[in-house]
Design a protein around this ligand. Sequence first.
Ligand code: NDP
Length: 334
Amino acid sequence: MDYRYLGNSGLQVSEITYGNWLTHGSQVENDTATQCVRAALDLGITSFDTADVYANGAAETVLGEALKGERRESLEIFTKVYFPVGPKGRNDTGLSRKHILEGIDGSLRRLQTDHVDLYQAHRYDRFTPLEETMQAFADVVRAGKAFYIGVSEWTADQIRNARALAADLGVPLVSSQPQYSMLWRVIEDEVVPTCEELGLGQIVWSPMAQGVLSGKYKPGEDAPAGSRATDSKGGADMIARWMTDDVLTRVQDLVPIAGDLGLSMPALAIAWVLQNPNVTAALVGASRPEQLAESVTASGVTIPDDAMARIDEALGDVVTRDPSLTARSTPTKR
Ligand code: NDP
């Protein structure tokens, strides 16, 4: 496993980070979740990403249990705040001072730790003054409850404004967490150049397009039993956007490219996002320990330019690049 600095901070994270959206506390049983976390640690993964909203708090609880007894200094734990956990009261959403200060305490309780290494704004809040949000994050940092601050699915302008306030407040705003994969490249034109300029690194989610880029979903065939596309607890809905014959056919065209490089398809997908120098970590999911063992083979891989060009040619127009799509992630109502 290789490790990278998170943006221009001094924090090193594993370039493959394990995330537990849709899996822990939901699709997979708790003992399998624990096995995945143990496997991750054995494979050199030291960074773990979760969010208060995942499985309504249960994902943080499962991760906290699985990491219990580990040396805290050897781990980097990331979580997020924005969406409601439990009853959806008026103040249970967003980035108000109240929700951030209450949210961090709930996360720390479930994770069984007194601090997280990275506390991320899960979305931008257009209903709360950015000054209020950044001041609340500053107070979380000053209380020692989070060491670094990040954002997720924010536009380049939103990041620039937050970075200016963070600099005034002395808040280490160091990361952006957007979706990024061979199929979804909307950050390349605006978010990445802005973050490069401002010293933020990308921790990118769904680098395997939720499993689609593993090549296991074949056009015109039923999805494999137990896969996310068959998960009635939410996974099937989330992956649906990629489950078209057009996308699945193009993905099969990547198989010979992976073969020529001596990589598995999951490793090709993860290595691809890690070629972008502004990417600090690929945030992978796994429903079984063996999947993580395959994912980590992407660490340290260099994909030659001619293979990168072949990937673009194979995927053609199923790649989404429109930078304006990031703004659509900003919730329009509370
Ligand atoms: P991936 O694109 O890595 O997809 C992971 C899924 O792909 C696994 O759960 C598994 O699903 C399948 N898979 C993994 N490895 C293999 C393999 N070797 N062979 C075949 N299938 C495989 O990432 P996720 O979509 O899970 O997202 C990763 C993390 O990103 C999340 O846990 C979360 O931390 C973060 N995230 C952040 C968001 C945000 O808004 N900030 C939004 C979404 C995710 P299965 O076995 O069930 O088919």
